[in-house]
Design a protein around this ligand. Structure first.
Ligand code: PLP
Length: 476
């Protein structure tokens, strides 16, 4: 399997193998990597997955994407180890909440949110590929909450990786901070920057732009546009579909969305052959994607804070992968459309392409009151506490069920639950009156000592700290 950039779809000579695009993340032309073709799963292959463990399904679904980046035996061992520590034997269990309505729980990994499902695989995969190439990297990132801890858990104790995660001091929750600062591994560095999230992001961008520093420390990122993250997320859609009757029964999914990564993975599962009756894009007040699907308008607005903060995003980076398909895989057209988006804040789209998009996805915007009402209804109707992100998806799913034009009356509908309710205890308590109980791994970190570095919002200070701690560069 080889990969092409969304901004260069016409030159197969440029196609790259998996290990290159894993380490590169973004393509040199600024595009995102996508597979040259989709590996296909026919009815027999789907049927063969019935009753398989999550790890077995993960191997079957992902192996075609890897080529010879790692050996099949090594990949199988990495997968087994990655999901062994999850706190539910099914890894991604389905819970029935009403006839034909299910929650897909994706919060059983170390940081209690769905990003673990991909990052727990990518950490060891990075390590394996780097070891083969006798290379090391320094992973740097900025986080406003969930991504940082998931990346740290993925990279901790890896021989070939040092990780530095910048967060805005005093501006993330105690749970989010402790999930980063209580990790005692020597290769992990949580950095509290005296500034905002945007300041942290600017520092990370400035380090990547500092060519001498970037090259000396082999800077890398494990951000949400990395193809390997999408690949790993396809697995739970296939697993859920098969558990609910694929290939004979098509399944609908409602996915809470910010960066369009998770719902794009569902689309990829469909492209690979999983029968999907509908994909429902669920956004909070930051509704650029809903405006696109419903009105054909993708124009930037201000980011508004909500009780589902991991979706408080205006630029949905992964959307470019869908746009590439809508544009008939014309990389030049994608490049010019996204150049215009950057310049004017509005992404151009032709009517036939927009109609194609609407045939593939339905979208709903869920405001704060509707999110709280969905948490309360879930508790009243099924006795389950759900987190605000999952509630956005549940509210959207219910609206879709009431929408007769969607013809969703028959067949299972799966609401993707992306975080454990105890990660957002205040929002859950204010909506339901019940404070969610912290699972053991969360209770544990509330007692552990913290380790962090406080730094001013100054590039020189952050670079000096990395120079003093990274195991690479400076002759070490
Ligand atoms: C990251 C995140 C999302 C959004 O996922 P995307 O792939 O960016 O669409 C939703 N819910 C939670 C809890 C998250 O952490």
């Amino acid at each position: 399997m080889r990969y092409i950039s969304t901004r260069d779809g016409r030159s197969p000579a440029e196609a790259r193998p998996f290990d290159d695009i894993l380490l590169a993340g973004l393509a040199p032309d600024g595009g995102l990597y996508v597979p040259e073709t989709w590996p296909l799963f026919g009815a027999n292959e789907l049927r063969a997955l019935k009753g398989k463990s999550y790890a077995e399904t993960a191997f079957a679904v992902t192996a075609p994407f890897l080529g010879d980046a790692v050996s099949p035996a090594e990949w199988r061992a990495i997968i087994d180890r990655a999901y062994r520590g999850f706190d539910d034997a099914d890894v991604a269990p389905l819970r029935q909440v009403a006839p034909d309505l299910y929650l897909l729980e994706l919060f059983h990994g170390p940081t209690l949110a769905f990003k673990d499902y991909a990052l727990q695989l990518i950490g060891p995969l990075f390590d394996a590929v780097l070891k083969r190439k006798h290379q090391r990297v320094t992973v740097i990132g900025a986080t406003s909450g969930d991504t940082g801890s998931a990346a740290i858990e993925a990279c901790r104790d890896r021989d070939s990786i040092d990780i530095f995660m910048l967060y805005p001091a005093g501006r993330i929750s105690e749970v989010q901070r402790r999930q980063m600062t209580t990790v005692q591994s020597a290769n992990v560095h949580a950095v509290a920057v005296d500034g905002t999230f945007d300041d942290c992001q600017d520092l990370v961008k400035a380090m990547f732009a500092d060519a001498k520093f970037r090259d000396a420390f082999h800077l890398s990122a494990v951000n949400s546009i990395n193809w390997a993250r999408i690949m790993a997320q396809i697995v739970y859609y296939v697993a859920a579909g098969v558990a609910l009757g694929a290939p004979s029964t098509p399944v609908a999914f409602a996915v809470p969305t910010g960066n369009f990564g998770n719902v794009y993975a569902a689309h990829a599962a469909r492209a690979m052959g999983l029968p999907v009756s509908r994909l429902i894009v669920a956004t909070n007040r930051n509704d650029i994607l809903t405006r696109f699907f419903n009105q054909g308008d993708m124009s930037l607005g201000p980011v508004e804070p909500t009780i589902s903060p991991s979706m408080d995003i205006q630029i949905s980076s992964n959307f470019e992968r869908l746009y590439f398909e809508l544009a008939g895989r014309d990389g030049k057209a994608v490049a010019s459309a996204f150049a215009e988006f950057r310049k004017t804040g509005t992404l151009p789209i032709a009517k036939p392409q927009w109609e194609k998009a609407r045939s593939l996805f339905s979208a709903y915007r869920v405001d704060e009151d509707q999110t709280r009402a969905a948490m309360k209804a879930a508790y009243n109707e099924s006795g389950r506490l759900i987190d605000p992100h999952s509630a956005v998806a549940l509210a959207a799913a219910k609206r879709a069920l009431g929408d007769t034009s969607m013809n969703l009356s028959a067949g299972p509908l799966v609401v993707v639950a992306t975080a454990h309710p105890a990660k957002f205890p205040d929002a859950v308590e204010s909506a339901t009156g019940i404070r969610p109980e912290a699972p053991p791994r969360l209770a544990r970190i509330m007692k552990l000592p913290e380790r962090l570095e406080k730094l001013p919002n100054r590039l020189g200070a952050v670079e000096d700290f990395i120079k003093s701690r990274a195991r690479l560069g400076g002759g070490r």
